[in-house]
Design a protein around this ligand. Structure first.
Ligand SMILES: O=C(O)CCC(=O)C(=O)O
Length: 270
């Protein structure tokens, strides 16, 4: 493993996050912005304080803006996530967040909670999140704020404002963080917009935040790489058979000639 990867993994272990500057080309940023533009016409602002009432969020991105795949499977971030999550991890969410001037801070939260299950922090890692900056993240335009070390906190420890630090980074950079790290989108007191895209990944045994196989049906998923298809959920958890469709590998919905898992899974004894 290269030294840089090892030191970034150590930062994520200790602080909960690492910032990698200037990984996305200007050409890719321009292309993704153009694909997103039709969905960001000021028509659908956030519905609450979490989404942000001065913020436009676009979900189901792989069904709308195909170039997003290039950041979801970017080799720089996957080199880290491959070490942080088990094989065949899933894409849990992928959305764009366009924060307009006047936005207030989001509530503090972490991304990899499991709704409805009594599992509390500190606990093993369930997810890893990334936030890609399409504008410079500045002190005033709504830069993400993180609380270093909070991924290791007990569940009942309340974050304080003074513990948060802003993730300042130039456009084209990405912050990679433990899914249990407490963070929020900051207030935008500037007079410019802040665009970010956040692909979030989770352990293959967990439910994804966005229902990815409904958001990106087989006819669309078929246009992407096998890696993206796996992350969406067109895969099983190896070496088990969890995730099958009608007793066979879900990839058969995309490629009817796929020969993996031809046999029917054994049913558990009744
Ligand atoms: O917009 C941001 O900087 C963070 C957004 C976020 O954490 C979320 O919506 O889960």
């Amino acid at each position: 493993m290269p030294n840089s990867t090892a030191s970034r993994l150590a930062e994520i272990e200790n602080d909960g996050y690492t910032i990698i500057e200037n990984v996305m080309s200007a050409e890719l940023m321009t292309r993704i912005r153009a694909e997103l533009e039709p969905y960001c016409q000021g028509e659908y602002l956030g519905r609450n304080n979490f989404e942000g009432t001065h913020t436009e969020r676009v979900y189901a991105l792989l069904a709308k803006a195909p170039s997003i795949a290039e950041i979801i499977e970017h080799p720089t971030t996957l080199a880290l996530i491959d070490q942080l999550l088990p094989k065949n991890f899933l894409l849990s969410a992928a959305l764009s967040i366009l924060v307009h001037p006047g936005e207030t801070p989001q509530p503090f939260h972490y991304d990899d909670g499991i709704a409805g299950l009594p599992v509390y922090k500190p606990r093993p890692r369930f997810g890893v999140s990334t936030i890609w900056a399409f504008d410079d993240f500045t002190a005033t335009n709504g830069a993400t704020e993180v609380i270093p070390g909070s991924h290791r906190w007990a569940e009942d420890r309340e974050p304080r404002e003074a513990e948060a630090i802003k993730v300042l980074m130039p456009a084209g950079s990405v912050v990679v963080f433990d899914g249990a790290l407490i963070h929020r989108g900051g207030a935008n007191t500037s007079n410019t917009d802040r665009l970010a895209i956040t692909p979030q990944y989770c352990n293959p045994g967990l439910r994804q935040i966005e229902n990815m196989v409904l958001s990106v049906p087989p006819s669309i998923a078929g246009h992407y790489s096998e890696r993206i298809q796996n992350m969406l959920g067109y895969n099983i958890i190896e070496p088990s058979f969890m995730g099958y469709v009608d007793g066979v590998h879900p990839r058969r919905l995309i490629d009817s000639s796929y020969q993996g898992r031809k046999y029917r899974p054994e049913l558990p004894p009744s």
